[in-house]
Design a protein around this ligand. Structure first.
Ligand code: NAD
Length: 278
């Protein structure tokens, strides 16, 4: 009879912790000077991570400094444009030389455009695929070698419920997010022998500048009030009639970066008030 001290019975889930405690100390979050990305950055700052911020907001540097000061963590801001591969690799190189490693990569930068297919502008299609999907390919490729050598790393892709289901008028966005979920699965398989996990988070509606813009556009397009856009168009998708909050997405990302989540890989996790359950 096997003693109770055999290998499996001795295994305990590692502690839930991030920051220096887990050996993972630096996070790069694309598109982190607004909305969801900024919410995620705050959760990682509370956990003690050094943060590489990125985004197109003109006050990006000030935002990074303010978070650094408030949570007493190291921060760095890169204005790299996710549509330009050379800027992406420069951002990763700068981040690595500044902090020594990039342990957690969060591909969050994203854009949206809403139009029926026959009028959908080709340049909007290209930009959305570029920022929402192709940039994640370049960032992942840029951090991969170092994560592989360290035998540890986390890639977290902020997809969307639109990575799991479609809505009309969002051809490029839905295609990009389904693609991002597919990329996540490949990274999970290729990373498995090297301690690298990759997961996608799939939020429903979050009230950020990206959605505020949709609310005002849809209000004009349908000639209804913004309140009706929220209640009659957006939140009809959520069985729980509330927006998802950025803090919850940040907390989920922080969990996926922790040692406790080391066996979670290749997943696409909805955080959508029940939307994808329907
Ligand atoms: P947001 O507009 O508030 O923020 C987007 C961020 O991406 C900004 O910092 C912006 O500067 C950055 N960005 C855009 N284009 C860029 C480029 N070319 N180079 C570098 N940075 C660029 O939007 P958000 O709602 O916070 O969205 C963040 C992510 O969450 C996106 O990937 C989005 O698809 C996803 N998401 C959002 C919702 C929602 O309801 N808001 C729902 C599901 C998924």
């Amino acid at each position: 009879m096997k003693k109770s001290s055999d290998k499996n019975s001795r295994q305990k889930p590692p502690a839930l912790r991030g920051g220096m405690g887990s050996g993972l100390s630096t996070v790069l979050i694309t598109g982190s000077t607004s909305g969801v990305g900024l919410g995620i950055a705050k959760e990682f700052a509370k956990a003690g991570y050094s943060i590489i911020f990125n985004g197109l907001e003109s006050n990006g540097e000030a935002i990074a400094k303010e978070i650094g000061k408030k949570y007493k963590v190291n921060t760095y801001f890169s204005p790299a444009n996710m549509l330009i591969p050379s800027e992406i690799s420069a951002m990763v190189d700068e981040g690595m030389s500044k902090f020594g490693s990039i342990d957690v990569l969060i591909n969050n930068a994203g854009i949206q455009y809403v139009s029926q297919i026959e009028d959908f502008p080709s340049e909007k299609w290209n930009d959305i695929i570029g920022v929402n999907l192709t940039a994640a390919f370049y960032t992942s490729k840029a951090v991969w070698k170092a994560m592989k050598e360290k035998k540890k790393g986390r890639i977290i892709n902020i997809a969307s419920v639109h990575g799991l289901a479609a809505s009309e008028y969002k051809a490029a966005y839905v295609a990009s997010k389904h693609g991002l979920v597919g990329l996540t699965k490949v990274l999970a398989l290729e990373g498995a022998p090297f301690g690298i996990t990759a997961n996608a988070i799939c939020p429903g509606y979050v009230k950020t500048p990206l959605v505020e813009k949709q609310i005002s556009e849809q209000s004009k397009a349908h000639n209804i009030s913004e309140k009706d856009v929220i209640n009659k168009i957006m939140l009809t998708k959520h069985p729980i009639k509330e927006f998802v909050c950025c803090e919850s997405i940040g907390a989920l990302a922080l969990f996926l970066a922790s040692d406790t989540a080391s066996m979670i890989t290749g997943t696409a996790m909805p955080i959508d008030g029940g939307w994808s359950a329907q």
